[in-house]
Design a protein around this ligand. Structure first.
Ligand code: ZN
Length: 75
């Protein structure tokens, strides 16, 4: 299963990656459970690997309950 509910809305890997990145992405892998809790609300965090450009691969993290998000380039 690759679609998940984020903030009450069903997302695909591509739409989740676009939520995290803030713009469209080239490619996204399946959504996975991240082994972490949201620092803002304690909710479950999911992750998605994606390519914002042909030369970059980023892992994005997004809380399923609130608007918190980050990527591995910010950590
Ligand atoms: Zn949260």
């Amino acid at each position: 299963m690759s679609n998940r509910v984020v903030q009450g809305r069903m997302v695909t890997p591509e739409t989740l990656a676009e939520l995290v990145e803030g713009e469209s992405v080239l490619e996204a892998e399946d959504i996975a459970d991240a082994d972490r809790e949201c620092p803002d609300c304690g909710g479950d965090v999911i992750s998605v690997g994606y390519m914002p450009s042909v030369t970059e691969f980023v892992t994005g993290y997004k809380c399923q309950e609130c608007s918190w998000k980050t990527t591995d380039r910010d950590e």
